[in-house]
Design a protein around this ligand. Structure first.
Ligand code: URA
Length: 207
């Protein structure tokens, strides 16, 4: 199955109650299908539901600014949500909704094969870790999983609602940048040195 086929298979999805709770459309995900970095949010909000794209509202604008601050932009990454339909009044997704939609997030990850999955907020982190988490304790630290490394970040919407979290979110992105720089440095070290012609044998002046 390709990413496009997976998207088509979810068109007008009726698998959970969010389909009947006022969603306009399924918000599948957007971005570079070969991205090595994927971002995962919680679920579409008002504008995402209307436009069919994740992170296009105020939280998305802040996310774009933070990406830019570490030298990334939307075309470099892929971005999706745990649940693909808007929960009414932006409430948290309920456990049955997460369980129903989670296999599709896992399939997206399987098809894109990112090296790093950056989760935005508690819901995305705990969905991919399969356990409750304290996002304040684990934010900004890479967790190696079987198929990818998870990098938990605060959710941009949390920083919009609680101004005191803005600095923490910026700190998370600085840590992400430092982590990416370390990966680049390791990759450069591991790469075979550019081959230079063999040195001419030294002339030994025996006489
Ligand atoms: N918040 C999310 O978690 N996802 C979006 O797509 C938008 C806001």
């Amino acid at each position: 199955m390709t990413l496009i086929e997976l998207k088509e298979s979810l068109h007008n999805c009726q698998r959970c109650k969010l389909a009947k709770l006022g969603r306009t459309q399924v918000v599948f995900g957007v971005g570079n299908p070969h991205a090595s970095i994927m971002f995962v949010g919680e679920g579409p909000g008002f504008y995402e539901d209307k436009q069919g794209e994740p992170f296009v509202g105020a939280a998305g604008k802040l996310l774009n600014d933070l990406l830019q601050s570490i030298g990334l932009s939307r075309p470099d990454i892929y971005i999706a949500n745990v649940v693909k339909c808007r929960p009414p009044n932006n409430r948290d997704p309920e456990p049955d909704e997460v369980e129903t939609c989670k296999p599709f997030l896992l399939q997206q990850i399987e098809l894109i094969q990112p090296k790093l999955v950056c989760t935005l907020g508690k819901w995305a982190a705990q969905t991919l870790l399969n356990r409750p988490v304290s996002i304040m304790k684990m934010r900004g630290q890479a967790v190696r999983l079987e198929r990818f490394t998870l990098f938990p970040l605060l959710h941009p919407a949390a920083a919009l609602h609680q101004g005191n979290l803005r600095g923490s979110l910026e700190e998370d992105f600085h840590k992400l940048k430092a982590y990416l720089d370390r990966l680049d440095a390791q990759a450069a070290q591991a790469a075979p040195a550019v081959s230079s012609p063999p040195a001419a044998p030294t002339q030994m002046n025996l006489f």
